[in-house]
Design a binder for this molecule. Structure first.
Ligand SMILES: *[C@@H]1O[C@H](CO)[C@@H](O)[C@H](O)[C@H]1NC(C)=O
Ligand SMILES: *[C@@H]1O[C@H](CO)[C@@H](O)[C@H](O)[C@H]1NC(C)=O
Length: 384
């Protein structure tokens, strides 16, 4: 599928070709490689350069024979030639020699450049956790992404509506933690993202600390006009389920296998992928699929993307859910981590990030301590 917008500076050669085929970009011709014009006063220089050119060409011929592989790369990717400028210092020679110089092989145009404003961050919560979980988020990482972060809950709450500058969304879903309620919220998150027009959809839970600049840096490595499902599984092998496809469901048990990103660690979808998911997942259809396979929201997401759309999960190790022991994360790597989490088990034992900082009584989830480690300039952080 071609992207909605075709830019000449398109990062992917494939996109450029696709756009060209749809007539959204001009044809690639040899003219697109700048050919310098000869002007008065350049003749002397020119004749010297001709000599240089002959030498260069001879050298090039030798190299061309030696560099069969790069040449084949070029032939396979003729569109990559588009927009490669000649050497401005020395245009006459530059243009001639360009096809054999190694940097050419990496001369794809830089990606579009993702900034925070391109991201839609959803945080799933529930009325039961507004007071116990949201304050830790609101005083820390929310401050770095106020305009981009939305809280999906199950009740109108005037207090937190004010605290979040109107960023609480009542999904009208049930407040229980069952599969149906979870899928219901994810469905609303997905629809709100589509409405927002943003390039990236990133989902987190209310027990996540999100390292906002690191998240943006991650997304900047990927093109939102391509299909991306970024996250981390919490199981060692793909999930295997018995498919009940068909109407009436076929007696034959059909095993299917797919990966899914753990919702509690956070995951991101590119807009291109979300648009492809629309026919099966938008307008509440996400809930029907969850009902059909009888699995929670994050598994349903994996089923839709990996099984129905055949797009693979890209594993990003820096997402962390409370299913991992947080104490094994090293402080030296915190800047590189995208999400952290916490949990408390039935025996009242905390699974929390091991970090010096605020007193455990004051900062039991360690969000403030992580935040001050990453962003020490915040007013409540101890002066160093
Ligand atoms: C957030 O959005 C408001 C309204 O659109 C805008 O005035 C403000 O500058 C934005 N803040 C940041 C930090 O981007
Ligand atoms: C929830 O219900 C209210 C009242 O009917 C409605 O205004 C609101 O749009 C609904 N929320 C969603 C996300 O559909």
């Amino acid at each position: 599928m071609c992207p909605a917008a075709c830019y000449e500076s398109s990062a992917a050669a494939v996109v450029a070709r696709c756009c060209r085929e749809e007539g959204k970009l001009p044809e690639a011709t040899d003219d697109s490689v700048p050919v310098p014009r000869m002007t008065r006063g350049l003749r002397m220089r020119r004749s010297l350069q001709v000599l240089g050119l002959i030498l260069a060409t001879a050298y090039a011929t030798v190299l061309l024979y030696q560099a069969v592989a790069p040449r084949q790369w070029l032939e396979d990717h003729p569109e990559a030639v588009v927009g490669v400028p000649g050497n401005p210092e020395d245009p006459d020679i530059g243009v001639e020699v360009v096809p054999i110089t190694p940097p050419f092989a990496t001369a794809t145009v830089a990606p579009s450049g993702t900034t925070l404003t391109d991201v839609f961050i959803s945080v799933k919560t529930t009325r039961h956790y507004h007071y116990s979980r949201l304050p830790a988020i609101l005083t820390t990482w929310f401050q770095l992404a106020k305009n981009q972060t939305w809280f999906f809950t199950d009740k109108d709450d005037a207090v937190f509506q004010t605290k979040t500058n109107g960023h609480m969304i009542n999904t009208n879903c049930s407040s229980s933690h069952n599969r149906k309620a979870l899928c219901c919220k994810m469905s609303v998150e997905f629809d709100k993202f589509l409405e927002s027009g943003k390039k990236w959809f990133c989902h987190f839970d209310d027990d996540n600390y999100v390292n906002v600049p690191r998240l943006v840096k991650l997304l900047d490595d990927y093109d939102p006009r391509e299909d991306w499902y970024l996250g981390k599984p919490s199981i060692r092998a793909p999930l295997e389920i018995v498919n009940r496809e068909g109407n009436p469901p076929s007696k034959k048990s059909l095993k299917i296998r797919f990966w899914f990103a753990t919702g509690g660690a956070g995951f991101c979808l590119s807009r291109a992928l979300a648009l492809k998911m629309m026919p099966v997942a938008s307008g509440g259809k996400f809930i029907s699929i969850g009902d059909k396979i009888r699995l929670p929201d994050d598994v349903t997401m994996g089923y839709i993307i990996e099984h129905l759309l055949k797009k693979p999960l890209t594993v990003v190790e820096q997402f962390h859910s409370h299913l991992e022991p947080m104490k094994f994360l090293h402080k030296e790597t915190f800047h590189d981590q995208i999400s952290f989490s916490f949990s408390k088990n039935a025996k009242d034992e905390w699974n929390i990030v091991k970090i010096d900082g605020f007193d455990l009584k004051y900062d039991p989830k360690r969000f403030k301590s992580i935040h001050c480690y990453l962003f020490p300039y915040f007013s409540y952080c101890p002066r160093r």
